[in-house]
Structures are given as C-alpha cells and as structure tokens.
Design a protein around this ligand. Structure first.
Ligand code: HEC
Length: 153
C-alpha cells in the first residue's frame, strides 16, 4: 500500500500501468520483476537510460530541412510517423513524413525522465520497489467501490 502511494507520489502512474492503475505510455510494470529485480530494478528507476526498453525507445529524426525531431514513435504508417516528443505531454505529437527523413537514429537516452524518484525518501523508494516486485497492489474486491484517486493521505 505504501509502495503504491510512493508510485503515485512520484507520478510514475502518468506513464505506467501497474495492475490496472495508471496510463500506458511506458511499459506495463505488472510483471516487471520478470525483467528486473532488486538492485537492477532500482537502477532502472534512478537511471532509466542504463537499459532501454526497445518498444519505448526515443528516436531522433534528422529531416531534410535540417530540422530535428526527437521522441517516441506512438504510431506509424506507410507515409508517416507520429512522434510524442515529451511523454509528460502525450497528447501533443509531431507528424514526421517519411519522405522528409534524412536520417533516423535510435537514441541512447531513455524517454523516461531522470530524477523522478527525487521526491521520495529512501524508505519510500524501497516500498515502491517491493510494490513493483509484487506485481502491484491488488485491491480486495469489497474495497474497490470506495477507492478514489483524490491523493489524500
Ligand atoms: C514520462 C513518462 C514516464 C514516467 C513519469 C515514468 N516512466 Fe518509467 N519508463 C518510461 C518509458 C518510456 C520507459 C521505457 C524506456 C526505458 O526502458 O528506459 C520506462 C521504463 C521503466 C522501467 C523499466 C521497465 C522495462 O520494461 O524496461 C521501470 C522499472 C520504470 N520505468 C519505472 C518507473 C517508476 C518507478 C517511475 C516513477 C518514479 C517511472 N517509471 C516514471 C516512461 C516513464
């Protein structure tokens, strides 16, 4: 429970879903323990660029006009890419026409911002890590009804 509060306090749920809570801009974290545990998991949180999940990788587009666009590809078609340049503002995207691309470079910098856990105490970070390793807090069915997201604590 405390781990979930820390997760929300650091606004991780703006981009991640754990057991049905949050928004899916980054990888679903319910089974993240299969990929990362303990120290490795902490490292992913404190230093997101240390290992990048390919599906959510930032790409840099150098356009023929000389313009640069960097962000996560959220949709692609034969003609263009839809690129979100700032995941904290997911509704704003840029369309990149394939014909205008000079070069496309997968970025070594994660789309997940650094320093998100800075608002948490060490204890809160550890609670959050256990919460993630456990696959997210599952609310007992009888409590679901009165559950709200007002953030009062
Ligand atoms: C602005 C959106 C955003 C926020 C906010 C965010 N993340 Fe992420 N996160 C991502 C993206 C995108 C990736 C995938 C890219 C990567 O692996 O670095 C990711 C990857 C991860 C991974 C690695 C999972 C995997 O499968 O590779 C973990 C663990 C993680 N985030 C935990 C957290 C925690 C904990 C917080 C809160 C402190 C948080 N994230 C906040 C976007 C975000």
């Amino acid at each position: 429970m405390k781990g979930m509060q820390a997760f929300v306090k650091a606004r991780c749920n703006q981009c991640h879903v754990v057991a049905g809570h949050g928004i899916n801009l980054g990888p679903e974290l319910t089974d993240v323990a299969k990929r990362f545990k303990g120290e490795k998991l902490v490292q992913q949180i404190l230093d997101p660029s240390s290992e990048i999940n390919k599906k959510f990788q930032n790409h840099q587009f150098v356009l023929k006009s000389g313009k640069l666009v960097a962000g996560v590809i959220v949709q692609e078609s034969a003609a263009e890419f839809k690129v979100v340049t700032n995941l904290l503002n997911p509704n704003a995207f840029v369309r990149v026409n394939r014909k205008e691309i000079e070069e496309q470079i997968p970025s070594k910098i994660s789309a997940m911002p650094n320093g998100l856990a800075n608002v948490l105490t060490k204890a809160e970070i550890l609670d959050m890590v256990s919460f993630l390793e456990f696959g997210g807090y599952k609310l007992p069915a009888h409590l679901k009804h009165s559950h709200d997201h007002s953030g009062n604590d």
